[in-house]
Design a protein around this ligand. Structure first.
Ligand code: FAD
Length: 270
C-alpha cells in the first residue's frame, strides 16, 4: 500500500519581491524551502507509515534544484522521492501542474495500490489551493480538503473519515479510498530529521521523471497547456496606522486613548 505526499519547493516568501515589469515573483538569489503546508502533508503520511507500515512516496514537479527539497523529504522518512522535471513542464498553471502530477501518481498506482494522496492546503507562492482538487478530479479520487484531523482510516474496508476545518466550525466527512486530502497546519507538528537520516538522504537516489517517461502531449502541459495568464500582481496599499501613546511604557494611558478613539467612532458604547 502506498501513500503519496505532494510537495512543492517554494521561494522563502519572507524574502521575495515582485518584478514590476513582468508581474512575476523574483526567484533569483532567494532561498528555497519546502512549502510549509507540505511539511504537514508529509508528516501525516509518515504518521500513517508508522501506524500501518505503508510506503510513502514524495513527489514534486519543479526545476532540477527542487532535488534539495526531495532530499529533505527522504531525510524525514519518505521511502522514495520522485522529481518531475522537464523543460516541457515549465511555465505551468494549476491546470497543467495537476495534469503532470496526476499522470505521475497514476503511474505509481501501476506499481502499488494507492490508499491516499496528501497535499498541503495551498502553497505560499501560488496560493491558489487548486492543485490538490485538480489532481483528485483527474484521478477520480475522493476529495477531502482542509483536513485538520484523520478521525478514522480503515485500510481493509477502504474508507476514511476526516475532520475538515471550516470558518467557525468543523465538518466530519467520510469517503471511500483512494482519497486525496489537503491538510491545514493544525493537523500535526512536523518532525525533525535525525542526523543518520540526513546523511543517508544526502546520497540517496532521487528518481527524475521527464516527459519521455510520462509521455504527455506537449500541448497539454507547461506553458502551452496553461490557459491562465497573470494580468497583474501587486501588493495592496496599506493605510498607515496611528500610534496611540506609548504602549510599552504607559500601557494604561495607551488603552485609555484607544477607548476614547473607539467611543469617538461609535464603535464602543458605555
Ligand atoms: C502562466 C503561468 C506560468 C507559470 N509558471 C510557473 C513556473 O514556471 N514555475 C512555477 O513554480 N510556477 C509557475 N506558475 C505558478 C504555478 O501555476 C503554480 O505555482 C502551480 O501551478 C501550483 O499552484 P499553486 O502554487 O497555487 O499550488 P496550490 O494549488 O496552492 O497547492 C496546493 C498543494 O498542491 C501541491 N502542489 C502544488 N504544486 C505542486 C508541485 N509543483 N509539485 C508537487 N505538489 C504540488 C502541494 O501539496 C500544495 O500544498 C505559473 C503560473 C501561470 C499562470
Amino acid at each position: 500500500m502506498l501513500i503519496v505526499a505532494c510537495i512543492k519547493q517554494v521561494p522563502d516568501t519572507t524574502q521575495v519581491q515582485i518584478d514590476p515589469v513582468t508581474n512575476t515573483l523574483v526567484r533569483e538569489g532567494i532561498p528555497f524551502i519546502m512549502n510549509p503546508f507540505d511539511t504537514h502533508a508529509l508528516e501525516e503520511c509518515l504518521k500513517l507509515k508508522d501506524r500501518f507500515g505503508c510506503r510513502v512516496a514524495a513527489i514534486s514537479m519543479g526545476p532540477p534544484n527542487a532535488e534539495a527539497t526531495m532530499r529533505k523529504a527522504l531525510s524525514l522518512g519518505a521511502d522514495e522521492a520522485i522529481l518531475l522535471s522537464d523543460r516541457a513542464f515549465g511555465g505551468a498553471d494549476t491546470l497543467a501542474t495537476s495534469k503532470v502530477l496526476a499522470t505521475a501518481i497514476a503511474k505509481l498506482a501501476e506499481q502499488d495500490e494507492i490508499a491516499l494522496v496528501i497535499c498541503g492546503k495551498q502553497t505560499i507562492d501560488g496560493d491558489t489551493a487548486q492543485v490538490g482538487p485538480g489532481i483528485a478530479t483527474r484521478l477520480g479520487y475522493s476529495q477531502l480538503t482542509l483536513v485538520d484531523r484523520i478521525e478514522e482510516l480503515d485500510m481493509q474496508g477502504r474508507r476514511i473519515r476526516v475532520r475538515r476545518k471550516l470558518e467557525g466550525r468543523h465538518e466530519i466527512v467520510e469517503a471511500p479510498l483512494p482519497a486525496l486530502l489537503t491538510v491545514v497546519r493544525e493537523i500535526n507538528r512536523p518532525r525533525y530529521a535525525k542526523v543518520p537520516m540526513r546523511l543517508m538522504a544526502g546520497t540517496a537516489e532521487i528518481q527524475l521523471w521527464n516527459n519521455q517517461i510520462l509521455q504527455l502531449d506537449a500541448t497539454t502541459i507547461g506553458l502551452k497547456g496553461s490557459p491562465t495568464w497573470v494580468s497583474r500582481i501587486f501588493s495592496p496599499e496599506r493605510t498607515t496606522g496611528e500610534m496611540l501613546g506609548d504602549g510599552i511604557n504607559d500601557p494604561v494611558g495607551a488603552a485609555g486613548l484607544l477607548v476614547d478613539k473607539l467611543l469617538e467612532k461609535e464603535l464602543l458604547a458605555l
